[in-house]
Design a binder for this molecule. Structure first.
Ligand code: TXA
Ligand code: MG
Length: 346
């Protein structure tokens, strides 16, 4: 299959109109959102949705998010719209917040992997919204990577994984947030299943107490049932080891310096994902400064891109843990999963 690539800025009208028709006729389109690139299909067409799973090599038990272009679209996708959802949509949509509630009969089982709930979000990206409007249907879309790899935050990442497997790629440049949306279920007590750009602290200001699923910062235990099927699967893995160092910035940097030296002595190629605060600690070492520890959003924006940059080029990537609060929770969730929970504490 030949994949057509459109520049979302210079070929705006043609690109989104054409891509909208491709979606309507059952094809696959990768498109930018403010979080990561999505791989979209007609969310009301089960056969089209199946193609997403094939193109990604995604386990069929992992449900997808439906993307809408206006808030009122949720009425036809959920069996009803709870008050908490109304408040959250008013506060955070369009934006990086996905809400889960009981699905309506209109939503095909292929989208929800057989669950009776469905995840919906309204992205905050002009091209994404224009595409959904052009398609005239909700767009089912996971991240546009081969399953297991880091999510794509630039069109080049999508091309690397999906060229020849899908119909169209809309190139909208780099994604602002860089990690996927916050996933919040409103079935039972509001619970974060995946942290993201909209933080627990922000949600609690609108609807009161919000729980965080314990599996956000640790692997599932033997026999534990996943609150979200996505928790079961290996995620974000580059083609090399990832090692996380915990503690204050001083502590983390000193662990990394020690382990780097050991790995290098064994002939391993190493890179450190450093921060503004620790830049001087890694003098003379291979280091890629990815952001500022005091501004976790800066680290979120760069993480997946950095993992892809070094994937296959080094044997081991060292990275610093940061406090798991505000957007630091999303950063640590992705980093720990990328490392397969390989953490050094002293
Ligand atoms: O920012 C994002 O959310 C991106 C962009 C493209 O919108 N999309 C994305 O989709 O990250 P995906 O498929 O990679 O992640 C969706 C997550 C998975 O962990 C999945 O298990 C969970 O949401 N999920 C979806 N529907 C669910 C449901 N009904 N119940 C529990 N978890 C659900
Ligand atoms: Mg994904």
């Amino acid at each position: 299959m030949k994949t057509e690539i459109f520049n979302a800025k210079t070929q705006k009208e043609n690109g989104t109109q054409y891509a909208g028709r491709v979606i309507r006729s059952g094809g696959l389109v990768a498109f930018p959102t403010e979080t990561v690139y999505g791989l979209g299909a007609n969310g009301l067409d089960g056969e089209a949705v199946k193609r997403i799973f094939e193109a990604k090599g995604r386990p069929s038990d992992n449900p997808l998010i439906l993307h809408v272009a206006k808030k009122s679209d949720v009425k036809e996708l959920w069996n009803h719209v709870p008050d908490d959802a109304k408040r959250l949509m008013d506060a955070f949509w369009p934006g990086p917040l996905t809400l889960i509630f009981v699905k309506s009969d209109k939503v095909p089982d292929e989208v929800t992997a057989g669950l009776d709930t469905v995840a919906v979000r309204m992205p905050e990206h002009k091209t994404a919204l224009a595409l959904i409007r052009a398609a005239g249907v909700p767009i089912a879309a996971p991240s546009a990577n081969i399953s297991g790899r880091p999510s794509p935050t630039e069109a080049e990442h999508v091309i690397a994984d999906m060229d020849g497997r899908i119909d169209v790629i809309l190139d909208g440049g780099p994604c602002r947030v860089g990690v996927e949306s916050t996933v919040l279920t409103l079935v039972g007590r509001p619970t974060i299943l995946r942290p993201g750009g909209i933080t627990r602290e922000m949600l609690e200001q609108v609807i009161g107490p919000v729980e965080v699923s314990p599996a956000v910062l640790r692997p599932l235990k033997e026999g534990e049932v996943a609150e979200s099927p996505g928790m079961k699967h290996r995620h974000y893995a580059p083609d090399c080891r990832v090692v996380v160092a915990e503690g204050s910035w001083r502590k983390a940097a000193s662990i990394i310096c020690r382990e780097y030296e050991i790995a290098e002595a064994m002939g391993e190629r190493c890179i450190v994902l450093g921060t503004e605060q620790t830049r001087s600690c890694y003098h003379g070492m291979n280091c890629d400064i990815i952001g500022d520890r005091e501004t976790p959003s800066s680290l979120c924006a760069e993480l997946f891109s950095a993992l892809r940059r070094w994937s296959g080029k080094v044997d081991v990537i060292f990275a610093e843990a940061i406090p798991a609060k505000d957007q630091g929770l999303a950063y640590m969730n992705r980093l720990l999963r990328a490392s397969g929970f390989t953490v050094l504490t002293d």
